[in-house]
Design a protein around this ligand. Structure first.
Ligand SMILES: *[C@@H]1O[C@H](CO)[C@@H](O)[C@H](O)[C@H]1NC(C)=O
Ligand SMILES: *[C@@H]1O[C@H](CO)[C@@H](O)[C@H](O)[C@H]1NC(C)=O
Ligand SMILES: *[C@@H]1O[C@H](CO)[C@@H](O)[C@H](O)[C@H]1NC(C)=O
Ligand SMILES: *[C@@H]1O[C@H](CO)[C@@H](O)[C@H](O)[C@H]1NC(C)=O
Ligand SMILES: *[C@@H]1O[C@H](CO)[C@@H](O)[C@H](O)[C@H]1NC(C)=O
Ligand SMILES: *[C@@H]1O[C@H](CO)[C@@H](O)[C@H](O)[C@H]1NC(C)=O
Ligand SMILES: *[C@@H]1O[C@H](CO)[C@@H](O)[C@H](O)[C@H]1NC(C)=O
Ligand SMILES: *[C@@H]1O[C@H](CO)[C@@H](O)[C@H](O)[C@H]1NC(C)=O
Ligand SMILES: *[C@@H]1O[C@H](CO)[C@@H](O)[C@H](O)[C@H]1NC(C)=O
Length: 895
């Protein structure tokens, strides 16, 4: 099985290593579009290397190196984050040019499978003599010395665990010899071994092995081991880390690995010349992989100066500016202590927050971020508030050795973020304090998703708009890794470094309303912020269903920049215990903000469970210029303005989001049209859209309103036709069972549709309640309608009728179905019908209609309606005649 599978992988992934000692080492090449080319060496990590080694059926990956070539080559690029999410290599290929190629070494005889990283897993061995594949090793045939050899061969540290079934169990073949390594061999297959002829092994005995990581980070040239230039020993080579792309989020991981405290700063420094360094793939770390797995060789002239705190850390918080406080001193034997609530006050908190580089403290409380058993710091801090480090503060011996449960200090500092120059603290240009400096935040084409992170950090409600403002000249700004932000980290965690830039992010958050816990920015549980003057006295309250109606919802949706409300209901997005708003809103519907509406004191302090208002606003999008709302030019309302959308990079998948949102079925095509003059458009980040976010959330902030790249986007959705209308003439009675026609008399079923597209045809689909059989009749649409005449109603005509309109437009077939019409056939008493009613009716009607016919003939003979009315009561042979004229494929005998 395994071999078959591997063979399939091999054939489906056309990669090879060339120029090495075996087929498991050399320069990586890939065949794509029929052409073998080297693979671009940019930002490959051991994770992707492991995939290649597996695909080649080689052993574990031991190293990757970059080879610089003198001229630019045509290469295949492989997007590493695509590979990392489990896609096949060939799905991740792009065409590229590079001066870097990749050198791989995979082992050919040893591998670890199913482990947590490259240094752990279930051991498998293969010999180059036999034609066999990989075999597991039985615990009884493998000891500590053997493990040492394997760990060394893999380039890992000493073995730390060795046990049967540690990384899963297998049925696979077992290695048939007992290894007898001395411990100093460089490869497992170089060891002596004794023939055992073992072919089975008890369950739970396949060797699983964990080697320690021999490598690691260190900081050199600083005052303590927690500050300095960052170096990494990796694959046996100790090199500086490339300072590009670092964020504090990654730094925090490294600080923890170094047993230092919180991450304080990362500074990128430049050297005069380029050299070989270790680069970091930041996307890889932000998506949760270990830093070590995200390292790749890189040529760079930048290195990183990292400062971690030596003496304190915040643990288990929601970001870098919050957590449970722990301190240590150089006297305390490098042990960390928690701090008792009683020994720590607001001034002390100010010092810690400042030392961290965060904003002012906002919360300070025992057990805020969990509880611990850890030893407790034995001194009472007595900071003045202006000290630059906690351990510089005066302190008095508190002789405390224990602290009541629930009293270990948890601390929240505000994020050092502000909006300046707007009408309120919730609008304006974004600034961040980092490394002690307030600077604007740059950033290229952010979306509302990024803005939402900032609004949340500022406790400001929902994100309403984001724009780039152009400054008159270049300024130093903080650069932000927006993937980091979108992975859920805070602004400060995602700062990269400062750069010169002319565009500044300008954003607006709704100040006093927000929707929480929804699936999109335009939905969620409604909360309103009390409008106290002091921002620190504000809090958010839910709203009770009874105090909020449709008009109020319209105001909220407008205030948030969303479309009209589409759902409004208690507990739609979860329930809360939270405080409730104590007034009933009485909006007229035209106010621009909810808190501008009139309200009456409802003096409500409670609300029945399940009654907290949840609200869904529609997305502010429309298709215009087509004949229906389901086809046309896509327009989006953003920042109060409707604009078309640029077609660049759109796929049908993106268009499907639009059709679904408009309740128009699925997407059938996208077209682009050109405008004769430049008009303002919006650009959409399609990667954002494909991650499941709403269109509005994925509009990119841009300064250049008039930039049209590919043309204006037009979308056609499947449900572009309106619903046809079905009706019946010749009805004697309309009851609960539907329309009733009289047996023996003719009746006509009409199908019509609101004029949208010329041509097309109608199908009348009839399901007989007698036989349950389905019949269908077809007629071309004339003036957007068609009539189906049945000349003598029979009980077999009883059943359900539906009109289906079909038309070929935009090179595609579309159809739309009417509602169902139920027809029953009544059977009047034979006597009444035959002896009295029928002759009499016939006589009277014949006379009347003769006159009528005579009078209107000439003016009206083009109108089928009248022709049929004449024929109706006479009931003579009309169906056949009309059938020919109108194309009804029906005779009374047929059904
Ligand atoms: C098989 O492996 C041994 C060392 O394990 C090596 O010396 C020998 O050259 C290899 N043979 C082939 C055909 O690769
Ligand atoms: C991999 O390991 C997990 C537990 O870590 C185990 O559940 C799983 O069965 C293992 N897979 C294989 C193929 O052994
Ligand atoms: C220990 O810490 C004190 C200040 O807390 C400092 O003055 C001293 O230099 C430190 N000693 C060492 C060896 O780092
Ligand atoms: C971390 O915090 C969570 C709650 O936020 C708590 O459940 C967990 O126990 C904490 N972990 C530690 C180690 O305190
Ligand atoms: C703290 O520093 C500020 C400005 O540097 C100063 O105005 C204030 O008086 C200082 N407070 C204390 C308690 O030293
Ligand atoms: C920032 O954005 C708001 C909202 O769109 C706008 O009213 C304001 O003029 C912008 N500020 C600048 C400086 O462009
Ligand atoms: C958020 O919504 C989910 C269901 O969508 C619900 O289970 C959860 O309780 C909600 N959270 C809150 C805080 O209401
Ligand atoms: C006709 O439609 C009604 C519902 O409108 C349904 O109950 C009935 O079964 C249908 N009859 C046939 C023959 O499909
Ligand atoms: C109508 O009948 C034609 C052929 O008799 C068939 O191909 C078609 O699918 C039918 N249409 C419907 C809607 O049943």
């Amino acid at each position: 099985m395994d071999h078959v599978l591997l063979l399939l992988l091999w054939t489906s992934e056309p990669v090879r290593l060339v120029g090495g000692d075996s087929y498991c080492a050399g320069t990586l090449e890939m065949k794509h579009k029929g052409e073998w080319r080297p693979v671009d060496g940019f930002r490959w990590t051991m994770k992707e290397a492991a995939v290649v080694c597996r695909v080649l059926d080689c052993g574990s990956a031991v190293s990757i190196g970059q080879k610089r070539i003198s001229s630019i080559l045509s290469v295949w690029g492989i997007r590493s984050n695509c590979v990392r999410t489990g896609s096949a290599l060939r799905e991740c290929v792009t065409s590229s040019h590079s001066t870097l190629t990749l050198n791989f070494v995979c082992l050919d005889s040893v591998r670890l499978l199913n482990g947590t990283g490259p240094c752990s897993g279930r051991l498998e061995v293969r010999s180059n003599q036999s034609n066999q594949g990989w075999s597991s090793v039985c615990e009884a045939d493998f000891d500590q010395q053997d493990a040492e050899v394997v760990c060394r061969e893999l380039g890992c540290g000493a073995p730390s665990a060795l046990q049967g079934a540690l990384y899963g169990e297998v049925e696979a073949p077992f290695w048939s010899e007992e290894f007898m390594c001395g411990g100093h061999e460089s490869a497992l297959l170089d060891c002596r071994s004794s023939d055992l002829a073992r072919t089975t092994c008890s369950p739970g005995k396949a060797v699983g092995l964990t080697c320690s990581e021999s490598e690691g980070f260190r900081l050199v040239g600083g005052d303590t081991h927690c500050a300095g230039r960052l170096e990494l020993k990796h694959e046996g080579d100790c090199r500086s880390m490339d300072g590009s792309y670092w964020t504090l989020k990654i730094a925090a991981v490294v600080c923890t690995e170094l047993d230092c405290g919180s991450a304080i700063s990362t500074v990128q420094r430049e050297e005069s010349s380029e050299r070989l360094t270790w680069g970091i793939n930041s996307n890889c770390v932000h998506s949760g992989s270990a830093v070590r797995d995200c390292v790749s060789p890189s040529y760079s002239s930048f290195y990183l100066d990292l400062t971690c705190s030596d003496s304190f850390r915040l643990l288990n918080g929601t970001g870098l500016c919050s957590g449970r406080l722990e301190v240590r001193s150089n006297q305390s034997n490098q042990r960390w202590f928690s701090v008792c609530e009683a020994d720590f006050d607001q001034q002390d908190a100010e010092v810690v927050c400042r030392e961290l580089g965060c904003g002012a403290p906002t919360a300070l409380q025992g057990a805020l971020y969990g509880e611990v058993e850890a030893p407790v710091w034995s001194r009472d801090f007595q900071c003045g508030g202006n000290e630059s480090a906690l351990l510089d503060c005066r302190s008095s011996d508190s002789a405390r050795t224990t602290c009541s449960p629930g009293k270990a200090v948890g601390l929240t500092c505000s994020e050092p973020v502000r909006l300046v120059g707007g009408d309120s603290r919730c609008a304006g240009k974004l600034e961040l304090k980092h490394e002690g400096e307030w600077r604007p935040v740059g950033g290229f084409r952010w979306t509302l998703k990024e803005a939402a992170v900032i609004c949340r950090e500022l406790d400001c409600g929902s994100a309403v708009s984001i724009q780039e403002c152009e400054e008159s000249s270049e300024r130093l700004v903080w650069g932000i890794d927006s993937d980091c932000l979108l992975s859920g980290f805070g602004l400060r965690e995602c700062v990269t470094f400062h750069e010169l830039y002319t565009f500044i992010q300008n954003l607006t958050c709704s100040d006093s309303v927000r929707l929480l816990n929804g699936t999109k920015l335009c939905s969620g549980r409604l909360e309103v912020k009390s409008n106290q003057f002091n921002h620190f006295n504000q809090w958010w309250s839910s709203v009770c269903e009874a105090d909020f109606d449709q008009q109020d919802a319209e105001v909220v949706c407008r205030e948030l920049g969303c479309g009209a409300p589409s759902a409004l209901q208690g507990a739609l997005y979860g329930e809360v215990e939270a405080p409730l708003w104590s007034k009933e809103f009485q909006c007229g519907g035209n106010e621009s903000a909810l808190l501008d509406c009139r309200s009456s004191g409802s003096a409500r302090t409670t609300c029945s469970p399940g009654k907290a208002v949840g609200l869904t606003c529609s997305e502010p999008i429309r298709l215009v210029g087509g004949d229906t709302r389901c086809a046309g030019r896509l327009e989006l309302k953003h920042e109060g303005e409707w604009r078309p959308v640029d077609e660049f990079d759109w796929t049908l998948k993106d268009a499907a989001v639009v059709c679904r949102e408009l309740d128009c079925g699925s997407a059938v095509s996208i077209l682009q049209t050109q405008e004769s003059s430049e008009i303002p458009v919006f650009w959409i980040n399609s990667q954002c859209l494909q991650s499941g976010f709403a269109l509005r959330e994925c509009v990119m902030s841009s300064t250049n309103d008039y930039e049209i790249f590919s043309g204006i986007l037009n979308i056609i959705c499947t449900d572009l036709l309106l619903q046809p209308v079905i009706s019946v003439d010749g009805v004697s009675h309309v009851g609960q069972q539907g329309s009733q026609v009289v047996k023996g008399f003719s009746f006509t079923i009409s199908c019509s549709i609101h004029p949208q597209y010329p041509g097309g045809f109608f199908q009348l689909i009839f399901t007989s309640s007698f036989s349950n059989a389905e019949h269908n009749y077809t007629q071309p649409a004339v003036n957007h309608s068609a009539r189906f005449l049945f000349h003598a109603a029979e009980p077999t005509h009883q059943g359900n009728y539906t009109c289906v309109y079909q038309v070929y437009v935009f090179s595609l077939n579309f159809s739309s179905e009417s509602q169902r019409l139920s027809v029953s056939v009544s059977d009047p008493t034979v006597f009444f019908l035959k002896v009295v009613a029928l002759p009499l009716t016939l006589l009277l009607l014949s006379a009347a209609l003769y006159m009528y016919y005579k009078a209107t003939r000439g003016q009206m003979f083009n109108r089928q309606e009248d022709t049929e009315l004449v024929n109706y009561p006479l009931g003579v042979g009309a169906a056949e005649e009309e059938g020919d004229v109108l194309g009804v494929h029906l005779t009374s005998g047929e059904i």
